[in-house]
Structures are given as C-alpha cells and as structure tokens.
Write a protein that binds this ligand. Structure first.
Ligand SMILES: Nc1ncnc2c1ncn2[C@@H]1O[C@H](COP(=O)(O)OP(=O)(O)OP(=O)(O)O)[C@@H](O)[C@H]1O
Ligand SMILES: [Mg+2]
Length: 273
C-alpha cells in the first residue's frame, strides 16, 4: 500500500485537493477526514463497498452537498461549492449515475439542455456542428445527432452524457459508475473515451465497483471504507490488496477466492515454462 505522498507523483498540475473533508447527515458520519488529490491528465478511481461514501464525496464536489468540515482547493484556491452551478462554472463537471438525459429529445438537444442561457446563444445549426465536434473529438460512435436518446444503446447514452459534460470545458470531470450497466464492448468504448478525456488534460474521478475497469483505466486507485480513506494504490496492486482495503479484512472469502485463482494461474504458468 502506498501513501498519498509516496510513489510515482503524477506530473500534471494539481487540479483538486481535499483535506480533512467530513460530512455528517444528522447522526450518520458519511465521510470522515477525507484527503484526495487529482492532477490534470490523471484518472483517479474511487472505490469502496456500498455505503463507503463515494457518491457523497462526488456530490460534495458537484455542489449538491456541503461538507460539514474540511477544505476543498480547486486549481490552487480554496473554494466553497455552495450549489451545482458554482461547481459547474468553476470547471467541475459531473456525470451522475442516472445520466439525467431526456429520452424524447435528440442528441443535440440533450447536449445543450439547460444551457440556453449560454452567452454564445447558438442556433440549431451551430449547436449541431458543436455537438458533432464534441462527439468526434471523443471518437464517439453515434449514428446521428438528430435521433432521440431513447433509441441509443447504454454506451451511446453514456457517451452523450460525457460529451454534454465537456461543453463548458471543465478541468475536472466526475463519473459515477460509468460502466455499471454496460456490456463488454460498450464498456471498452466508454473506457477508451475516458482515456481520451484524460488525454485532453482533464482530471478524471471515476467511481466503479468493477476492479477490471478500474485497473484498465486508472492511474491511481483511492479506496474509501466506512467513510474514511483506506489506502491509495496503483493499477499493479494485487486483487488481494485491493479487496483487503475495500473490505477491511486481508483474509475474507473474496480475497481467498482471488488468492486461489492467482495461485492456480501461477501453477499453470509454471507448467508452461
Ligand atoms: N442524504 C442522505 N441522508 C442521510 N444519509 C445519507 C445520505 N446520503 C448518504 N447517506 C449515508 O451516507 C453513507 C454513504 O453513502 P454513499 O451513498 O455516499 O455511499 P456509496 O459509497 O456511494 O455507496 P454505493 O456503492 O452503494 O453507491 C451511507 O451510510 C448512507 O446511508
Ligand atoms: Mg453511490
């Protein structure tokens, strides 16, 4: 296990820094004393069991909840994210798990939804061009920008939601379970898309329960357990280490199974040599 200050320090600018962030809902301590750093051009995976506090942390960064204590520093300055538009205008975009897209509206309308007060006051043609540009930059496979969201696949919807979040040119993008409902091929497409967002120099925070997806795309893996930091890992960490940090037990049935599988594959590999 590596501490936040150890190991390969990412080279990009420090975009986001949380220190000692706590959040209580009445008597419930959802988060206690959380530290988190995200750099430009870095994907940080936020992992943890159900109720670990992942969504609460994302909602604090999205301006939906206010922390009970602690500091949030964004691009070098302490910030108060008192509501979602403050977070958005600062450059923090969030793709929530339910995506918040309108099924009956087309792709262009969804990308520009709620942005009618955009000072650019784009017309339909300009909006269509901008929508295509955003989707092309992500190498997105959308058949047409004039079809309703209802006729797109889950992966395509996720793509539209991510394109929409890039409209205001954020510095940080938060993705809550972007691959949870997707099949194998669509998951691969969304992971590619996350890499392209990172390559544009954005900081990315991705919540996921899927360790395979996390390993495939994350530069660092931040574990929360019962609302507290419980380790920072790199993608080469073993399943046992990760599962141990997530569950709080180095020896449990999940890590034992992972360990057995690893041992079996070691034996198989030895047999091949
Ligand atoms: N609005 C709220 N009011 C009261 N308690 C809440 C509220 N939101 C979250 N909690 C509590 O805070 C804790 C953390 O919840 P959170 O939703 O952040 O977990 P999570 O890590 O996102 O879990 P999951 O993987 O199941 O989505 C839980 O105990 C939850 O019941
Ligand atoms: Mg959650």
């Amino acid at each position: 296990m590596t501490d936040i200050s150890d190991g390969a320090v990412p080279s990009g600018e420090l975009v986001l820094s949380l220190r000692g962030v706590s959040k209580n809902f009445g008597a419930v301590s959802a988060l206690t004393d959380i530290d988190l750093d995200v750099h430009a051009g870095e994907v940080v995976a936020l992992v943890g069991d159900n109720g670990a506090g992942k969504s609460t942390l994302v909602k604090i960064l999205a301006g939906v909840h206010q922390p009970t204590s602690g500091t949030v520093t964004f691009r070098g300055a302490p910030v108060t994210l008192s509501n979602p538009s403050t977070a958005l205008n600062l450059g923090i975009a969030t793709v929530f798990q339910d995506l918040a897209l309108c099924e009956n509206l087309d792709v262009v309308a969804n990308i520009f939804l709620g942005r009618e007060l955009n000072p650019l006051k784009l017309d339909e043609t300009a909006m269509e061009v901008k929508a295509w540009t955003l989707l092309n930059e992500l190498s997105a496979r959308i058949p047409s920008v004039r079809i309703p969201i209802a006729s797109l696949s889950g992966g395509q919807r996720q793509t539209v939601a991510i394109a929409r979040s890039l409209l205001l040119e954020p510095k940080l993008i938060l993705l809550d379970e972007p691959t949870a409902a997707l099949g194998v091929a669509q998951t691969a497409e969304v992971l590619n898309l996350i890499e392209r967002v990172r390559d544009r120099g954005l900081g990315v925070v991705m919540i996921s329960h899927n360790m395979e997806d996390v390993r495939a795309v994350a530069d660092r893996i931040v574990v929360l357990r019962l609302g507290r930091n419980n380790g920072v890992f790199y993608p080469d960490a073993s399943n046992q280490e990760l599962v141990g940090a997530i569950t709080g037990a180095a020896d449990n049935s999940v890590s034992r199974r992972a360990g057995r599988r690893q041992a079996q594959s070691d034996i198989t590999q030895e047999g091949q040599i």
